[in-house]
Structure formats: C-alpha cells, structure tokens
Ligand binder design. Sequence first.
Ligand SMILES: *Cc1c(COP(=O)(O)O)cnc(C)c1O
Length: 500
Amino acid sequence: MQYTSTRDVQGRAVNAAQAIVQGLAPDGGLFVPDRFPQFSLDDIARMAGQSYADVARDVMAPYLDTFSHAEIADMTRAAYGSNYDHPAIAPLTPIDAQSHFLELYHGPTLAFKDMALQMLPHLLRASLKATGETQNVLILVATSGDTGKAALEGFADSPGTAVVVFYPEGGVSAAQERQMRTQAGANVGVVAVRGNFDDAQTGVKRIFSDAVFAESLAKRGYRLSSANSINLGRLLPQVGYYFWSYANLLAQGNIQLGDRINFVVPTGNFGNILAAYYALRMGLPVNKLICASNRNNVLTDFFAQGRYDKNRPFYVTSSPSMDILVSSNLERLLFELCDRDSQTVRKWMAALQADGHYDIADAQKSTLSRHFWADSCSDQEAGDAIGRVWRDKQLLIDTHTAVAYRVYERYRAETGDDSVSVVVSTASPYKFASDVLQSVAPASDVDGNDPFAVSDALAQATHTPVPERIAALKHEPIRHSDVCDTGDMPDAVMHVLARL
Ligand SMILES: *Cc1c(COP(=O)(O)O)cnc(C)c1O
C-alpha cells in the first residue's frame, strides 16, 4: 500500500511507516492510501466472534503492509487489552429497538482518543524502526483537553520518545486538568499556556516550522513529531470500531448480514467520522453517516450549502472537544469527492487559507448527501438530551454524545428512517461531570471547580459508579505546574527536555 499527499497524488509515494513518521506530507497535504482494501460480507461475518484486538488487526493489516501480520497482532493486543476497563473494549449499549450507543470511552483517559492513541505509540515505534530513524522523537501536542491526556498516557515511558503537552490555562474541564497534571512517566511534560486553545495550537505550529529550534533539538538527539488527528497512525485505528460494531450487531441478531446501518458521530476535526467513511468505502454496509456538530456548525452549513466558511464567531460550548472552525481531516473526504484530483484540493485549500472559504460544485454536494446527513444543536438542547436520556432510559451520557443523540433524534423525526443506528459515545459522563450534573440534577450546588466533589455528587444523584480512574486521581500527586506565555513555548519545551 502506497500513500500520497491529498495535494499531489502524482508526487512521491511513501509506505505506511514513512507516512506515520512524517505525519503530514511535505506540501502540507494529508497522506491518503492508493486504494481502499475491500472486505466482503463473508469477511465481515467472520469478525462476529472475534475479539476487538483481532478485528482491529484485520481491518488495519491491508493498510500496514510495511509490517508483518504477527507484528500488527502484537500491537493490537497491547493496544486493546487490560488497559481498558471493559472486557469488550468498545461495548454497544442498546438505547431502544433500533439504536445503540457505541461506548468508546473505556480506555485509560475515558475518551475516544484512547482508541487511536493507545495504538499510535506502537505504530510509531515500529515505523521508526522500519525507516531506520536513529533519533529520539519528541511529540508535541496542543490540546483542548482529551488529546493531551490520551497522548501522555499512550507515550508515557515509551522508549525513544518524549511528549510535551500544552493546554490553555483555565480552558479545560477540572477533571481534564487534574488528569494531565498528575501524569506520571519519566519522559513527559505538561505546560499550561496563558491563552486559549488556538493560541496554544498556533504556538505548537510555530515550533514545528522553526528550523533553528529543530537544529537545537537535533543536538539533543530529538526530532519533532506530532500525534494529532491527521496522522495516518491515528486515523487507521479508528476504522476498526465501525467494523466491530457491525459485527457485534450481527452476532446479537440486531441486523441481518448486508443490512445498511447509520452511524451518528459527534464531530470536531472530522477524524472519527472520516474513519466511518473509510469503513463504508471498504465495503461496510452503511446507510447514512450523520455528522453532529455543536453551535460551531461550520460542517452543518458545508453539507447543506456546499460552502465551507470559517469566517464566523468561535463559540466556547459544553462540548469543547468539538469546538473547532477548521476540520482538518475533511481534506481527505474532499480528495475522494473530487475523484482524487489534487489540483482541485489544492485550489480549495488555497482559498480556505486566503479567503477563509471555498465552494464545491452542486453535483459534488449531492454526492455527499448520498452518504452524509448533518445537523447541529445548542448547549441547551444537548443538556436537555442528557436529562431526557437519563430519565427515560437510565443511561448517562456526556455532553459530546448528547450532541450526537439530539441530532439523531432530529434525523429520525425529519427522515422517518428507522434503520438500525449506532450513536458514537465519545467520552465518559464523568469527564464532563459538572455539565452532566446540571442536566440530571439542576438543583445541585457543588463547586464546579472541584472535580471530586462534582463526581461524587453525580454518583449520588444517579447511583452510577465514579470511574476508578477518576477516583484514583484524588490520591495522585500534582506532578506538573509549569505555566508559560505563548511566546515562551519553545523555552518551555527545552526546559522540560533538560529535566528528562
Ligand atoms: C475529539 C473528540 C470529538 C471529536 O472527534 P473528531 O475526530 O475530532 O471529529 C468528539 N468527542 C470527544 C469527547 C472528543 O474527545
């Protein structure tokens, strides 16, 4: 399998290991596979009795032909095992006769980022070996909360790597901040940035394009790498759980082999739902991919109007991991949409950079609507959905999942489609306990900044257990308390490295 850039399909092709080590193509495009491996209905039926790790192995293997089948099996077994607090890894919970939550939050950090970031360190290590890289790798992450902790947890004490995470001071949930600041590991650093997420992100991007900085890193034996969601090594592991859910619905008799099902995905950077689209292209029987956004509804408008326009206000919402105006992974969908015509992709991306918007053709818009349906909802609607799902079904969902569920309700009402549907549940409600508590017990008046008081109150109000990994944080010492201005981020990195 060869990979080329979305912006230069005729250009130099690389193998999977090179694509994973490089992260981004040199021309700024994203690496895309030269074809979609095909899975027949029989292949899918065979997955019905397999473990999660084995389904993940079989789905990824054709993309990762740089590595042996045994190597991939070792990686998936290490990535999807006892590090999860549920034996199924990604359990399906019935909502009603035709819909289910797919719980992707049973990994070490209680959000779906673990599904990829528990796998990426293994992939990166194997890729570095395959490409003959001798330097250590320094992973730099700017996070709005979930990615940072998942990267820390994935890379902690992973040989040959170091990881430094920047998060906006005061811009993440109390539980998220506590998770990061207590992170153990000899090769990790966590720094709060005085600014918002965009400031932190811009600071990290600036470091990546700073040649002088790269040189001083090289002197210390490090090269930079990124764990962000455009890396192929994060995209591929996410394809696995779409096949897994289908195989499970099949095994439980919820669907017949060949039935088309819907996936509802709470969307930010478009990585998760793009993986669903890859699954569709690989032969998984999919009816609609339902793209759910919060008040930052740039994608909803794009699917409705055919214009992507980032010139709009940015809203801070109760689903912060979806607060985003430029969804990077959409570029891979655009590449397929224009029949792999890099010139068109380049034109759109240049327009996005210069004017903040681009337009696709009407025919392309209708192609998209064959596979996608998109809508958005407000914090109020999402909060109401949390309360309703709790009261009616005794299921506790987080603020991101609530956006997906609300949009799914509207999809059903507007289309009358009663196909079996999987609503992707991306975080534990205890990760956003303060907002969730307000929805299920509005009268409660605990201090929202004390993550443990909020968790205990939520547990009391709902008689659900506080996840062990949240409870355990209480006894973990604070290990990181660095704070810096955005301009001092390079120094902060060096400071962390000097300590390692
Ligand atoms: C990252 C994240 C999302 C958005 O996923 P994308 O792949 O960026 O679209 C949704 N929910 C949660 C909890 C997340 O952490």
